[in-house]
Design a protein around this ligand. Sequence first.
Ligand code: AMP
Ligand code: GLY
Length: 436
Amino acid sequence: MSSGNSVLVIGSGGREHAIAYKLSQSGLVNSVYVAPGNPGMMKSSSKIKTVNIKVTDPAGLLSFAMKEKIDFTFVGPEVALSLGVVDLFREQNLLIIGPTKAASMLESSKAFAKKIMMEANVPTAGYKEFKNSNEAISYIHSSPFEKMVVKCDGLAAGKGVIVCSTKNEAIHAVNAFMNDSLLGENIDHIIIEDFLEGIEVSAFALCNSNGDSHMFLGTACDHKRLRDGDHGPNTGGMGVFSPAPLFSDEDEAWINTHVFSPMLKTMKKNGTPFSGILFAGLMKTKSGWSVLEFNVRLGDPETQVLLPLIDEDLFPAFLSAAKGELEKYAAPKKKKLAGVHVVMAALGYPGTEGIKIRSGDKIVIDQQFSTLKNDYLFFAGVDIADDQLVTSGGRVLGVTALRENFTEARKSAYELVSSIHFEGAQYRTDIGVGQQ
Ligand code: AMP
Ligand code: GLY
């Protein structure tokens, strides 16, 4: 392996900043290009450079990777995967981490994911699929349960799931998706799922490019609602803590054997081998683990605490996964620390409450962040104006602190947050509360 590797990270948010930063720390990596990236990222390492190519431009990304002789590429966001960027790179024999367009349907189609889970005998909530709203409503009436979950097929950026406490709510949800264009268009395909109760944990696996094996990367628990106490609208995630408390080595072994391995085996058998990152949304119920959903990429903000907790250079394992040689690697060594990550977003985010999303505000940071102290600052929605970082809307940045326990990590994360100022900043004050 040469020491002068050039890598490309596709994406522009905090997740991609965390990936780029982790790669920049490798002695085997010379340059980390991020397309399109954001101007905050370059502050964390002189190896990081941004390239102005959109994630929705697979051909532009490919031509850059060929011109710059990029050694391997890591895809951050789902949208680039669903546009087939992995297929395109592989046609030119370029090394890339991510699933093919066909395999990325595990995230974009709930019905496809359910079908594979059933075939692979992976535990998941019972469900039924509907293409007709009258049939869905008759099913709801005939159900012995009041609570159920209505999910629409297709990418819906987190808006396609409605957890219903009563049959009336479920009927309303079916009508909203199928007849009233809740998501901007009528959805012609939904599933209705049994309601499960328990503790939610996200687990991440890096999968080999031949779809045969995987490496467990870690766990995290996120806070999706905008406001404290899990109030307010759903967001991409306002904070996260990791590792998931009470997730034992036995749990990890169980998830490897009963979730990740059978999913990979079935995907391969069906002619859509899965490579890249498999992100399992899990629930621990009274009767054991159940899968709520799969995503086909790293989580944002989960990655911003997951990667800092990994205590080794991940570049060799990433490169091997892209080459189909991941089985050489055991799960990476982790710091024996607890991590808390807090997102600071622009006023108006996530844009569903009719408040205009603020942008263009100066960002002032009073304190030096030292990764030697396990403090990390990752940028997302930022721009540059008059040589100064300014907000550009959405989730602006995120702060991670790793400490001996969650109480200390939370205290430190919020001290760091209090040293960052921009007009209209909104953040939750209860990330990881209740965890020691
Ligand atoms: P999903 O995008 O499928 O993970 O759903 C988003 C959120 O809805 C999950 O994080 C859960 O909090 C909730 N959810 C999804 N499926 C179920 C279920 N079967 N029972 C209870 N809650 C669920
Ligand atoms: N934070 C959840 C996600 O990345 O989907």
